[in-house]
Design a protein around this ligand. Structure first.
Ligand code: ZN
Length: 152
């Protein structure tokens, strides 16, 4: 499968988050072409500030592998990871990160800061951003537009 096809699956998981009233972000972890972890953003429903899609997908993948290190894995996520998730991605030894839309407010892979390019951190994850960026961004803006409408 291509990066675009994997990102479509992450987008479907973002849709599940939106259906639960959560900010629509979805993520998957892929190893050797197989999806070994899936996650939808769920901090509100799980009463867990760390329940971002990336963390959920990595927890799921680590359980699948029986290993806290996700060596050789690629993480696909619809939105540029925040500082917490960027840190967790490095702790997990994720080999490659592929994200969709950039996040000018909390993005830690180049938008606000770039933890992935910090030479002093010893693990370096390859990063590719902008995959299906328009679709990933549209899902977020539609969600927030809908929420603003509901408040009126
Ligand atoms: Zn995050």
């Amino acid at each position: 499968m291509t990066d675009t096809e994997f990102m479509q699956i992450a987008l479907a998981l973002a849709g599940e988050a939106a259906a639960n009233g959560e900010v629509p972000v979805g993520a998957i972890v892929v190893k050797d072409g197989d999806i070994i972890g899936r996650g939808s953003n769920a901090p509100i429903s799980q009463h867990d500030p760390s329940a971002h899609a990336e963390i959920q997908a990595m927890r799921n993948a680590a359980k699948t592998l029986g290993n806290y290190r996700l060596v050789g894995c690629t993480l696909y996520v619809t939105l540029e990871p925040c500082a917490m998730c960027a840190g967790a991605i490095q702790h997990a030894r994720i080999a490659r990160l592929v994200y969709g839309a950039s996040d000018p407010k909390t993005g830690a892979c180049g938008s606000v800061v770039n933890l992935m390019a910090e030479e002093k951190l010893n693990h370096h994850t390859e990063v590719d951003g902008g995959i299906l960026a328009a679709e990933c961004g549209a899902m977020l803006s539609e969600f927030f537009a809908g929420r603003r409408k509901m408040k009126q």
